[in-house]
Design a protein around this ligand. Structure first.
Ligand code: SF4
Length: 474
């Protein structure tokens, strides 16, 4: 998928004026935040589980070459095949070659963010292979010609009425006057549309939440069961997964799956947890004739030894998105690529290049909520700061920004001067603002005042208030 992250600011300007989006984001955050909080409160050992999960991920990253090799050996022993792909071109071509090798014309797909990175649907379509998304959210956005706006809820930017309209326009063989005013009726219609397609597909393509080295198995979790149907009913099962999804053992999977479901949707476990360990064996009642794993690097190996290494611990739970005030205001599409929210602000520039996503590491209020809720305790604010430092070192920031930061650095490193200047400026601004207590415009604050007033400082600065509070004045 071609990144549009360079257009972040324009995308944001459009997103914050979109009332449908505002309503949809409000529903998402008000539903998922309390669910996660309640799930975490219901598991007293959640923090120990986090420590355990982090240890698993860090150990695996330290020995990723060993575990990937072990995984490949076991996939082959199970009768499957592993294909190593350095970048998106080679991954796309490998999948196309596999489709041709197995005479595949139609493909059902389970939700997979890596295949979004590859722009796989468009690529397969252009080579005469028909891909059909089977996750409900992915199905909806495929009909609309859009990309996911959330890593576990791809159509979360849409209101129910918009989805009903999409179905009316797409399912033209159905009664035009059918009632479509409930989530249940929309889900049932999608289910009926998809059901017959599973059996008719030649291949099923899924992602993987984890790959288990000791057994050569891949795991996907869903709440709809579409992953099971995708991979068991087609002749060929192709798993497309990025390198860092590898973990050593089945026991490790148990730890990470408990963290994943609670952090994502507040469930103890996702409804379906499906393991794939090769093609159908003699005596198996179902399963694919052929099993392939396409291992995609696409920039990950470059991160392993770099300053964004901790990002590779991510288990794609989406908790950081669901709790981010910036994501809640602008939705996922504004980020311009597959990954959005706080994790996208680090992952997108790391995988596509800082020059492709220069605004993302700066699009944060640094409230720290993302790190607080992340089951892997990924220090997202720190990683964003790392990327900002790189931008400055690479002179990617404007001259004006560099001059302001240099002046600020001089000021911040001289406490007496800092107090004098900030105290004076604070008093002047408070006086100018007067009773209104806010500015419609101030020099160099255009980005803020374009959309809203800028509150004026109230009373003294931080040190004045701090000193007053110590004297018991507050
Ligand atoms: S960064 Fe953390 S919270 Fe965000 S998706 Fe990844 S694991 Fe979940």
């Amino acid at each position: 998928m071609e990144t549009q992250s360079r257009h972040f600011k324009e995308n944001v300007a459009a997103a914050i004026l979109d009332d449908d989006l505002k309503g949809a984001m409000s529903k998402l955050t008000s539903a998922l935040r309390p669910k996660r909080a309640s799930a975490v409160a219901g598991l007293p050992e959640f923090d120990q589980l986090r420590d355990h999960g982090i240890a698993i991920r860090m150990h695996t990253l330290d020995h990723i070459d060993t575990y990937l090799a072990q995984f490949e050996d076991n996939v082959i022993a199970n009768g499957g095949h592993v294909h190593w792909c350095a970048d998106e071109d080679s991954a796309r071509q490998t999948i196309l070659d596999l489709c041709r090798q197995h005479d595949v014309r139609t493909v059902t797909k389970g939700k997979s963010m890596v295949t979004e990175e590859l722009g796989l649907n468009t690529f397969l379509d252009s080579h005469g292979i028909l891909p059909l998304e089977t996750d409900l959210g992915e199905y909806i956005i495929q009909l609309r010609g859009e990309h996911p706006s959330h890593i576990i809820a791809p159509a979360t930017h849409l209101q129910r009425e918009q989805i009903a309209e999409t179905f009316r326009q797409s399912h033209t063989h159905l009664d035009a006057d059918r009632p479509m005013d409930t989530a249940e009726s929309l889900t049932e219609e999608a289910r009926q549309e998809l059901r017959e397609k599973y059996g008719a597909a030649d291949a099923g393509i899924t992602g993987a939440n984890f790959m288990i080295a000791e057994t050569g198995s891949t795991i996907i979790v869903t709440n709809e069961g579409n992953g099971d149907l995708t991979q068991t009913l087609a002749r060929v099962h192709i798993v497309v997964a990025s390198l860092e999804k590898i973990i050593p053992t089945m026991e490790d999977a148990g730890v990470l799956l408990r963290l994943l479901a609670r952090s994502a949707t507040g469930q103890d476990m996702s409804v379906y947890t499906t393991l794939s360990s090769g093609p159908r064996r003699p005596g198996d009642p179902d399963g694919p004739e052929a099993f392939h794993v396409v291992l995609v690097d696409n920039g990950r190996s470059g991160m392993i030894g770099g300053s964004e290494r901790e990002m590779l611990r991510c288990i794609r739970c989406s908790a950081c998105l669901n709790h981010c005030p910036v994501y809640a205001a602008i939705g996922g599409h504004a980020y311009g690529w597959v990954y959005s929210g706080p994790m996208g602000k680090v992952l997108t520039p790391s995988l596509t290049g800082l020059d492709q996503a220069p605004d993302l590491p700066n699009a944060s209020s640094f409230c720290g909520k993302c790190e607080e809720v992340c089951p892997m305790r990924i220090p997202l604010p720190k990683l964003m700061r790392n990327l900002r430092t790189k931008q400055t070192e690479m002179k990617m920031t404007s001259m004006r920004q560099r001059v302001i930061l240099a002046l600020w650095s001089q000021l911040a490193s001289r406490p007496a001067l800092y107090r004098l200047v900030t105290g004076t400026v604070t008093r002047i601004l408070a006086r100018i603002a007067g009773k209104r207590g806010a500015f419609r415009w101030l020099p160099m604050t255009g980005g803020w005042t374009k959309m809203r007033d800028l509150p004026a400082p109230e009373g003294g600065g931080f040190f004045a208030r701090y000193n007053a509070s110590r004297k018991g004045d507050h």
